[in-house]
Design a protein around this ligand. Structure first.
Ligand code: PLP
Length: 397
């Protein structure tokens, strides 16, 4: 079956009305262009010693790190490491955990995570023979469906630790979640964090959509609940917020006794560094005085587009919509069409509309097969045209 990335690429390459990839496709403010095209950034990218010197290299690294630290309110004690993207950050975080397990003499790693959730998690886990995953299902029969079941999650972590004391355990969460937009509250994160500390399990949270949250509040992060004795990792990347056509960086934030050191060595296995140009321009964008205004506009565009989606389908109650609490996706349930999500997706693609088949996000039975994921972070006019076209084509099926 095709993965999320395969489907996103198909939508981006084939559909004029592209509601596939989650990256924002909104015209950036003019100050972005001033930074990206600035002479300072271009000249630094093309400078070599002796014109360039170690002091300037250190400054570039310090600037991007302090921009990310102050934007995300990451405590001093945490370790921050840049890498190419969110996926590379997740991949290296997983490798760091496997190295920690070897260091502790554990026989294998048991990862407890959620379903539905982003499919790259599952793909990464299946690539590593030393990892055994467990997927805890959301409450899919609740209204709205797919509410996180934090109690079931904590029970699963507890019972895995009890049954397999020779394994290392990882509690792996995503907040805001892709595609449901569910977030882990501070109380829920605190209880998972306490549990992990007591059971010597690692807490890993993917926060890639952290700043693409709906409304003003930024969801709580793992570093807000990290406590002495806990080994933890948080992932963040710029791609879900800035949408600069794949110009992005991922970050691995970590804490605990030996995890930061394992993260550094895992990252250094695949990279000497990331592009100087990207570190410079992203540091300037993230610390710009108008950056929070930009993220507010992005969130507002997602909220407005969600309203447009609801209005467009208001006379067609047979299509059930689920608009998010955070993040930038909506789900539409097309069960009444009697077709699978995958066949609807393929049919829509032929008719110039790009969407994602919801089943790629489900990793535990029963897997629903009637949801489509729609990206909300789009130019308002283009989004409206796209959902009108989507409705027109769905009603013809
Ligand atoms: C929750 C989440 N984490 C990580 C990633 C991977 O990020 P990147 O595109 O930077 O590789 C994605 C991609 O969609 C995602 O949704």
């Amino acid at each position: 079956m095709e993965t999320l990335t395969d489907q996103e690429l198909a939508a981006a390459h084939m559909a004029r009305y592209d509601l596939g990839p989650g990256y924002p496709q909104l015209e950036p403010p003019s100050w972005f262009a001033e930074i990206v095209n600035s002479e300072e950034v271009r000249a630094a990218s093309l400078s070599f010693p002796p014109a360039w010197n170690p002091r300037r290299s250190v400054k570039v690294d310090q600037d991007i790190e302090s921009a990310v630290r102050s934007l995300l309110r990451i405590p001093e004690s945490a370790h921050v490491m840049p890498t190419f993207s969110g996926s590379v950050a997740l991949d290296r975080a997983m490798t760091a955990v496997v190295r920690l397990a070897r260091h502790r003499g554990c026989t294998n790693v048991r990862v407890i995570t959620t379903s539905p959730s982003i499919d790259i998690m599952k793909l990464f886990l299946s690539e590593r023979s030393e990892i055994e995953p467990t997927f805890v299902r959301a409450k899919d029969s609740s209204e709205p469906p797919f509410i996180l079941d934090s109690q079931a999650f904590c029970e699963a972590v507890g019972s895995s630790c009890e049954r397999f004391p020779e394994s290392m355990h990882v509690a792996l969460l995503t907040s805001p979640e892709n595609p449901t937009g569910e977030i882990w509250t501070i109380e829920q994160l605190e209880s998972v964090s306490r549990l992990c500390r007591d059971l010597k399990a690692v807490l890993m949270v993917d926060h890639c959509f952290l700043l693409a949250g709906v409304q003003d509040a930024t969801p709580p992060a793992v570093w807000d609940v990290a406590q002495p004795g806990l080994d933890w990792i948080g992932i963040w990347d710029t791609g879900k917020t800035l949408g600069l056509n794949e110009e992005k960086l991922g970050f691995i934030v970590s804490g605990g006794e030996s995890l930061p050191e394992k993260v550094s060595s895992a990252v250094n296995t695949v990279q000497f560094g990331v592009a100087r140009r990207q570190k410079m321009s992203l540091a300037k964008i993230l610390s710009h005085e108008r950056f929070s205004q930009y993220t507010r506009q992005l969130r507002q565009a997602c909220l407005d587009n969600a309203d447009v989606l609801r209005d467009t389908f208001s006379d067609h109650a047979q299509f059930l919509l689920r608009t998010p609490r955070a993040g930038s996706f909506a789900l539409i349930d097309c069960a009444h069409l009697g077709m699978t999500d995958e066949s609807i997706r393929k049919e829509l693609l032929k008719r110039d509309v790009g969407v994602i088949a919801g089943r790629v996000f489900f990793h535990a039975e029963p897997v629903p097969s009637s949801y489509l994921r729609l990206a909300l972070a789009r130019e308002p006019m283009h989004f409206k045209e796209s959902v009108l076209k989507l409705r027109y084509e769905l009603l013809r099926m």
